[in-house]
Design a protein around this ligand. Structure first.
Ligand SMILES: *Cc1c(COP(=O)(O)O)cnc(C)c1O
Length: 218
């Protein structure tokens, strides 16, 4: 696992050295969902910082004690977040990538004020306009963004997407990049094990890698 991560870091360095436009650092979020702490530990010991989960309860069980002992770790919530889990998510996570409704943002705001936290947020974009997909529609992104940033004063750092399996990634990632620039956002959460190289070429700053680091999930 440690070697897999090193390989990824080398590949990313290589992309940067060939592309002069690509001057931003890319952070690897090791997506540890479904994997036990035993599997994750070698990465923590190697000093890796960013880890991602997609379920609040699983993340609590695995990480609650670990983050107390490893204060530098940053946890990323990547999955659909139900409002009744926000209280726990806010206690545990440093980043939430799945912001997709005003109702959810209000709840995050309320809960994080109670414990004096200021979570870094990504707005999830339904980039391929899929019928049953989470995320804000492309045409509503600007209004949604402006509302939660200007009125609600939330700490939005970027946009996030999970393209559909049939997506034309060049088109999808390019749209993401352009929207991010238009909104003046500095971070971009896109790219997984199968498409992270392309995502980085389109300016991704947080790639979310699971199976390429930990192996196949059951
Ligand atoms: C599981 C997951 C990933 C990682 O997927 P891999 O293909 O294993 O790299 C990335 N992003 C989200 C939102 C996920 O749920």
């Amino acid at each position: 696992m440690h070697n897999n991560l090193n390989n990824l870091q080398e590949i990313i360095k290589e992309i940067h050295s060939k592309d002069n436009n690509q001057n931003k650092s890319v952070k690897i979020i090791a997506v540890s969902k479904t994997f036990s702490m035993e599997k994750i530990k070698p990465l923590i010991e190697s000093g890796h910082i960013h880890f991602g989960e997609n379920k609040v309860q699983e993340a609590q069980t695995k990480w609650q004690d670990v983050i107390i002992k490893n204060k530098n770790i940053k946890l990323h919530m990547l999955g659909k977040l139900q409002t009744n889990k926000v209280k726990y998510a806010v206690e545990l996570f440093d980043y939430i990538h799945s912001v997709d409704s005003i109702k959810l943002v209000k709840k995050i705001d309320t809960e994080q004020k109670k414990i004096n936290k200021n979570i870094k947020l990504f707005i999830q974009v339904n980039i391929d306009n899929e019928e049953q997909k989470n995320g804000i529609g492309i045409n509503e992104i600007e209004t949604f963004h402006n509302h939660i940033v200007n009125e609600m004063k939330m700490n939005v750092i970027g946009l996030m997407c999970i393209p559909s399996i049939n997506s034309n990634l060049d088109i999808a990632f390019d749209k993401m990049k352009k929207m991010n620039v238009k909104l003046g956002l500095s971070e971009l959460s896109m790219g997984m094990s199968s498409d992270y190289i392309k995502a980085i070429k389109f300016g991704s700053t947080f790639v979310r890698i699971g199976s390429k680091i930990f192996g196949k999930r059951n």
